[in-house]
Write a protein that binds this ligand. Structure first.
Ligand code: PBG
Length: 327
């Protein structure tokens, strides 16, 4: 410097990899990653999901193997989605003790239940023939309170099957309270609730709807999922879930909602999870397949950003791969 006085030199602490490691707060860790897994009833071979290269709809058998592999890699947990062979208006398979998700939870509880956290996505959209997240009224709106009864029953079925955590994702009002009450009454007071609290009506869920076969057959989810333009509503939803007894709160999607993650993390004294959703995965995989992005670096950059925003837990389809890389 020409001025002859000491100048600020932030680059001093960026000079070597060792210095950068020393001064950075904790980054992404294997044990904070949760792998979403899909299990489909009535198939004899796992099926690739076209819009999510590397992601499969599993058979019960291939699911067990994928779970063992992910736990060996060091992930912190698994979240399971079930796709039933038969769907109906009320989503009967969601709380059937012999429904695919319950059977698969039982398999995973036996196989890896001691070594990992078993989470179950709790919604009706994979189970209803109309693809909405709840039961419909005569005028084809989603009936909030009738749906709560279905969620309560599904939560108990998932807990009985071995879930450590149930994760209601349907965005009905009062869902956390209804589920907490039902779990407690059924003797599952120690089963935790990870609430999808701030879940936006996002176009980034597109590929997931291929994976879980839960696309709405008419309309959209805008009357129950959150409106993109309203950040304050996220805090309201999160605080309601905290009051209702949530143990973990989630923001979803992740990368386009880092501001929401940061606000939620600052506002609540609970673990905050973020869901790096199917569309976030598909964008990076597609660009990488074209040679347009450095896949591995971009994956770590997105996860680091989500962590930096304040998420302590990250749900990501790259969980097993990244966990293995971090070990
Ligand atoms: C079910 C549910 C969805 C996702 C997780 N749980 C789909 C939706 O709300 O339409 C999306 C996950 C992803 O896109 O990876 N309600």
């Amino acid at each position: 410097m020409s001025a002859g006085f000491p100048v600020a030199r932030p680059r001093r602490l960026r000079r070597t990899a060792a210095l950068r490691r020393l001064v950075a707060p904790g980054g992404v860790q294997a044990g904070d990653l949760v792998l979403p897994l899909f299990v489909k009833e009535g198939i004899s071979e796992p099926r690739p999901v076209g819009s999510m290269p590397g992601v499969l709809q599993h058979t019960r058998d291939s699911l067990r193997k994928a779970a063992v592999d992910a736990v060996d890699a060091g992930v912190g947990g698994l979240i399971l989605f079930g796709i039933p062979a038969v769907k109906d208006a009320r989503g009967s398979a969601a709380d059937d003790p012999d429904g695919i998700i319950q059977l698969a939870l039982g398999d995973l509880a036996a196989e890896v239940g001691q070594d990992t956290v078993l989470m179950a996505d709790l919604c009706l959209c994979e189970y209803t023939d109309h693809g909405h997240c709840g039961v419909l009224t005569a005028s084809r709106d989603v009936d909030n309170d009738v749906t709560l009864e279905r969620y309560a029953s599904a939560a108990v079925a998932q807990a009985a099957a071995g879930a450590h955590v149930v994760a209601p994702s349907g965005m009905m009002d009062g869902q956390v309270a209804a589920i907490r009450t039902a779990l407690d009454r059924a003797g599952f007071g120690d089963v935790a609730i990870c609430a999808y609290s701030a879940k936006y009506a996002s176009a980034f869920y597109g590929p997931f709807r291929d994976a879980a076969e839960g696309a709405p057959q008419f309309g959209d989810r805008a009357s129950y999922q959150q409106d993109l333009g309203r950040p304050d509503e996220a805090l309201r939803e999160v605080l309601l879930d905290v009051d209702e007894g949530a143990d973990i709160v989630m923001v979803k999607p992740a990368l386009a909602y880092l501001d929401i993650i940061a606000r939620v993390a600052a506002a609540v004294p609970l673990p905050v999870a973020a869901y790096q959703v199917s569309g976030e995965y598909a964008m990076v995989e597609a660009a990488a397949a074209n040679g347009w992005l450095d896949r591995d670096r971009v994956i770590m950059e997105t996860l680091t950003a989500i962590r930096r925003a304040g998420a302590g837990i990250i749900l990501t389809y790259w969980a097993a791969e990244v966990a293995r890389r971090l070990r």
